[in-house]
Design a protein around this ligand. Structure first.
Ligand code: ADP
Ligand code: MG
Length: 259
């Protein structure tokens, strides 16, 4: 059975991509087969896993546009997971599918096509762009669970309400079984009471679970993408790597739970 999760937050720079790459590597390390899907036209996930989008013959955009098979755009990564890579062409998809019925199923259709070719995974992790547009809606439509990476700063909660409104719409129209798994605190500086207070406010206001442990703020994350590997490889025993490994264990437990 496959568990599909989307990491979404329409705010940029909250560690969605870093969390997708690192949790993917951590789940692979624990023996799971993992697929990562880059749904951001900026292609940061693709870059950070050591691929140059310019060198790719085909990408997620071609699959969505119907000019490539999903199985043909898959690439392996040194971290372990497979990747459906993105290129800047993905920026065109919003206008290309505007008004097209069924566009919410773009990601689900891609995953179904892989499964039809006998390519399945224990985990699929979807890296969303910093918008609440077609691609994020399509990711939420394909997902069992949503994890919301969140930087614990004062105005962080403003976006959460809008994101949960989108979740509500998706549940109503395209994916009734979507569950919000929780908020993943990132770039967390526990020395400031401020970060803790922001987290508590958000958890209380929106009645959301807060994933533990929070991911600490550390410079190690800035160094990993240049190496084309996640922090699990570049800083194996750092605090950040340890925290993501624990969150991967939490994901396993959460996936086994109903409701
Ligand atoms: P998003 O995908 O939400 O836009 P990214 O994952 O690209 O966010 O992260 C934004 C920036 O923050 C990147 O430069 C990344 O290296 C850095 N970063 C991510 N997590 C941490 C962390 N725990 N501590 C310090 N910097 C981080
Ligand atoms: Mg990103």
């Amino acid at each position: 059975m496959t568990t599909t999760i989307a990491l979404a937050n329409q705010k940029g720079g909250v560690a969605k991509t870093t969390s997708v790459a690192t949790l993917g590597a951590a789940l692979a390390e624990r023996g799971h087969s993992v697929l990562l899907v880059d749904l951001d036209p900026q292609a940061c996930l693709t870059f950070s896993l050591g691929l140059d989008p310019e060198d790719l013959e085909a990408s997620v955009h071609d699959v969505m546009a119907g000019t490539a098979r999903a199985a043909d755009v898959l690439v392996g990564t040194e971290d372990g997971p497979d990747l459906v890579p993105a290129t800047i062409e993905l920026a065109r998809i919003e206008t290309e599918v505007a008004g097209v019925a069924g566009r919410e199923r773009l990601v689900a259709t891609l995953l179904d096509a892989l499964a039809a070719d006998g390519i399945t995974y224990d985990w699929v992790i979807l890296d969303c762009p910093p918008t609440l547009g077609v691609l994020t809606v399509a990711a939420l439509t394909a997902a069992d669970g949503l994890v919301v990476p969140l930087q614990c700063e004062t105005l962080a909660h403003r976006g959460v309400g809008q994101l949960l409104d989108t979740v509500h719409d998706v549940r109503e129209h395209t994916n009734p079984s979507l569950q919000v798994w929780g908020v993943l605190p990132t770039m967390y500086d526990g020395r400031t009471g401020h970060a803790r207070a922001v987290l508590e406010t958000i958890a209380d206001t929106y009645d959301l679970d807060v994933v533990s442990p929070p991911i600490p703020k550390t410079i190690k994350f800035a160094e990993a993408p240049a190496a084309g590997r996640s922090i699990l490889a570049t800083a194996r025993s750092s605090k950040g790597a340890k925290a993501y490994r624990e969150v991967a264990e939490w994901l396993e437990v959460r996936a086994g739970r109903d409701g």
